[in-house]
Design a protein around this ligand. Structure first.
Ligand code: AMP
Length: 216
């Protein structure tokens, strides 16, 4: 099963994908993390992507699509996958459809997790994440047991540079601009389901699991 998770930054796509991964075994591919890893390792791709990621702009399609298509060739994505952060525009969605069609596959579901913008700003400002296992926390609504330390793996938690308020505003604007055409792309194909993301994470996970299990 191939699933696209859609939503503005901070909507909980990464958190939910990590939970679903342990329940369903589906691989979780996140382009934001692929870029951050390349930036940390100072690869040529990371050097090209860095100014865009740090300023909250989308990395140009000619860099992003190539990186993504390379990643989905890996064996863990052969039978199914959850895509988080890709596609971010209609051009990317079309490239993904084409790549899957070439293997006789298709996107089965696009799930839009929606959350009000004011709530997103406060979520992003208090967000801490683990670079080792990808777990995500929030200072007030979902703090780790020990401040600054990951509950899952004990690694140190960090705040993302692009969660600074001025960059957050740019990220929301850029993503909002592209979101509606992207939703329309999947709506027209009859693949879009919307899920209220302004609830307890467990309730959202239950809804998503049901959607992946039986499509209800
Ligand atoms: P995220 O972790 O999904 O919020 O992504 C962090 C940053 O990576 C974004 O603000 C963009 O600069 C870049 N990025 C992630 N996914 C994409 C994409 N599909 N297209 C272009 N840029 C992306």
């Amino acid at each position: 099963m191939y699933v696209v998770l859609l939503g503005l930054p901070g909507a909980g796509k990464g958190t939910q994908a990590a939970r679903l991964k342990s329940d369903t075994g589906l691989a979780h591919i996140t382009t934001g993390e692929l870029f951050r890893e390349n930036i940390r390792n100072n690869t040529p791709l990371g050097q090209k992507a860095k100014p865009y990621v740090e300023s909250g702009q989308l990395v140009p399609d000619e860099i992003t699509i190539g990186m993504f298509l390379e990643r989905i060739k890996a064996p863990d994505c052969r039978e199914g996958c959850m895509f988080d952060g890709f596609p971010r525009n209609v051009e990317q969605a079309a490239a993904l459809d084409e790549a899957l069609a070439a293997r006789g596959k298709q996107i089965d579901r696009a799930i839009y997790i929606y959350v009000e913008q004011d709530e997103l700003v406060s979520r992003l400002a208090g967000r801490w994440s683990c670079q080792k296992c990808g777990a995500v926390y929030h200072e007030t609504s979902q703090p780790p047991a020990v401040a600054g330390v990951c509950d899952n793996c004990g690694a140190q938690l960090t705040q993302r540079a692009d969660d600074k308020p001025e960059v957050v505003r740019t990220r929301l604007e850029v993503n909002l601009r592209n979101l509606e055409p992207l939703l329309e792309f999947y709506r027209k194909k009859g693949k879009l389901t919307e899920v209220d993301g302004d609830r307890e994470p467990d309730a959202i996970t239950e809804d998503l699991k049901r959607l992946l299990d039986d499509g209800s």
